[in-house]
Design a protein around this ligand. Structure first.
Ligand SMILES: [Zn+2]
Ligand SMILES: [Zn+2]
Length: 317
């Protein structure tokens, strides 16, 4: 753990009262919590980056981390920070990925190491997935590229500070699938729940509800044919469809940190749903990239996964 991170978590620990593993408490009265002054604060879970509604005290625990798909940090327990504190210690970096696609990464790493993608199309820009840190330089950079038409987020582990992002960028809609309603920790009118299998926020962009990792898990297909690019198609897959060590393959898991697989029927459905949408490249949530034949990689990988999960992959005992 680097020094910056350690100091940050220690500072935030002093105003947490109900954390289960109190290993970094600092109860000095001279360093009272902001909430002691009666100011409501939006707490951010240090382990996963999820922001909660303003309150005088942080929540008892983070339901996103307490879920089977995540974890409460084994040494630090439940800890909280705030956006102002995060801005003191972290910065966002913009990395070009391919024409029209820029990755936003927070340094040093925060939460689960989330990354966002800014997708620039002639019909409007889309922000896909989010990082917890939003600050003035980030807003200025995005506004300088024409702002965004909508935010779409693959699943709850990337909802982070979505309400702050929407407000900072002109109250843009946050497109979440309704099947994930219970995983929204900070409800807000900017969150627009949609139903069914797909929506198209701007021409050329289709968001598909695959389910899998979460019931309301979504992926985003960009048909860049008319956008002055190569027209090969791009899939932004979050960790709903995750690129593995060999970038000709992907996988489909219920939980990555706890390595819990999905069932065969769900994986088949996911592969069938994306099959009509052709794409050469896949950009996942953790800097995993399939560079060519992405559509084939998904179908091949789904078939391999199902063979294993159904016990048809040959003797393993
Ligand atoms: Zn959490
Ligand atoms: Zn996840």
């Amino acid at each position: 753990m680097d020094e910056t991170y350690w100091r940050q978590t220690r500072v935030t620990a002093r105003w947490i009262r109900r954390r289960p593993f109190d290993i970094m408490a600092d109860t000095s009265p001279a360093r009272a919590s902001p909430s002691d002054e009666g100011e409501a604060i939006s707490s951010i879970c240090v382990t996963c980056g999820t922001q909660f509604p303003p309150s005088l005290e942080p929540p008892a625990y983070c339901p996103i981390c307490a879920d089977d798909r995540q974890y409460i940090h084994p040494e630090r327990g439940q800890q909280w920070t705030t956006l102002p504190r995060l801005r003191e210690t972290h910065r966002n970096r913009f990395d070009p990925v391919e024409p029209g696609v820029t990755r936003i990464v927070t340094e040093p790493r925060f939460g689960i190491g989330q990354q966002a993608y800014l997708i620039e199309t002639p019909e409007g820009n889309i922000l896909w997935d989010l990082v917890a840190l939003i600050d003035e330089p980030t807003i200025a950079e995005i506004r300088g590229r024409g702002g965004i038409a909508a935010i779409a987020i693959s699943h709850a582990h990337y909802y982070t500070t979505m309400v702050e992002w929407s407000r900072a960028l002109g109250d843009v809609p946050i497109l979440l699938h309704e099947a994930n309603r219970e995983w929204v920790m900070r409800p807000d009118p900017a969150v627009r729940f949609w139903s069914g299998d797909s929506i198209s926020p701007v021409p050329g962009v289709t968001i598909l509800r695959t389910g899998g990792h979460f019931p309301g898990a979504i992926v985003l297909h960009w048909d860049n044919h008319n956008d002055g690019h190569d027209g090969a198609g791009v899939l932004f897959s979050g960790d709903i469809i995750k690129v593995v060590a060999d970038p000709a393959w992907v996988t489909f898991m219920y939980s990555y940190p706890n390595q819990i697989p999905l069932d065969a029927a769900t994986v088949r459905r996911m592969a069938d749903l994306v099959a009509p949408y052709l794409f050469a490249r896949i950009h996942d949530a953790f800097d995993g990239h399939v560079r060519e034949n992405g559509s084939a990689a998904v179908q091949r990988s789904a078939a391999r996964y199902v063979r294993h999960i159904e016990g048809r992959a040959g003797p393993t005992i």
